[in-house]
Design a protein around this ligand. Structure first.
Ligand code: ZN
Ligand code: ZN
Length: 227
């Protein structure tokens, strides 16, 4: 899907290298866009592969609970810098160009996008939910619907990094609830960074219980440490 952001970078400098933008550039300069690593990856799990595949060997043996994962790249330079600017430095307007890069990869975008909710206090501190803004921007570009009400976080999960994989799953299963709605056949979970895969796995399982036939995960970056 060919998309182009209609927004301009506010101060006309590249978000990555800070050099002045030229006419036709949006948010980042052509050099930085060209140097964004786009390694081929497994469309099922997101792992980097030698060439684009629909299933890698690992997915054939142990498929993840979602059907497709779309991501920009691994969580390394320069994508990590963009994500940090977006998430921690309050540059919420980066949701637009980041979503545009992501939407370029989508051939069958999901009609319903569910952003992973932040716990309310964390959203209050940050001032915005980066996944919700990303879902909004994606929905605008793909003609979908970003739903912020159906998926809720009902308690503060304990810090995930202190827990075993199994304990992480149990911790997270108690942290989310899906409110009732009529489900389309195809739903996407939108998260900024998939790190352990635990959150999107739990949410995929919740959606599967609602008989959603196809579940996609849309994320900016992917950290290959969840296997
Ligand atoms: Zn640049
Ligand atoms: Zn795979």
């Amino acid at each position: 899907m060919a998309v182009r952001s209609i927004f301009r970078w506010p101060n006309q400098r590249c978000a990555l290298c800070r050099l002045p933008l030229r006419d036709g550039d949006h948010y980042w300069c052509q050099h930085c866009v060209a140097s964004l690593p786009r390694p081929p990856y497994c469309r099922r799990c997101g792992a980097t592969t030698l060439e684009p595949v629909s299933h890698c060997g690992h997915c054939l043996r142990q498929p993840p609970p979602w059907d497709q994962l779309v991501r920009l790249g691994e969580y390394g330079f320069p994508l990590n810098r963009l994500v940090q600017q977006y998430k921690f430095q309050g540059k919420f307007w980066l949701s637009q160009p980041l979503a545009a890069l992501l939407a370029e990869q989508m051939t069958e975008p999901a009609p319903l996008l569910l952003p992973v909710p932040l716990h309310p206090w964390r959203r209050f501190i940050r001032g915005f939910n980066q996944s919700a803004l990303l879902a909004e921007a994606l929905a605008e570009l793909t003609g979908g619907d970003a739903d912020h009400q159906t998926l809720r976080r009902i308690q503060r999960a304990r810090p995930q990094h202190q827990l075993s994989r199994k304990a992480r799953q149990q911790n997270l299963q108690q942290a989310f609830i899906l409110n009732k709605r009529v489900w389309p056949d195809h739903v996407a979970i939108v998260d900024d960074v998939v790190t352990t895969g635990s959150t999107v796995s739990v949410l995929s399982q919740l959606l599967r219980k609602q008989h959603v036939a196809r579940i996609d995960v849309y994320c900016l970056a992917f950290t290959p440490h969840y296997r």
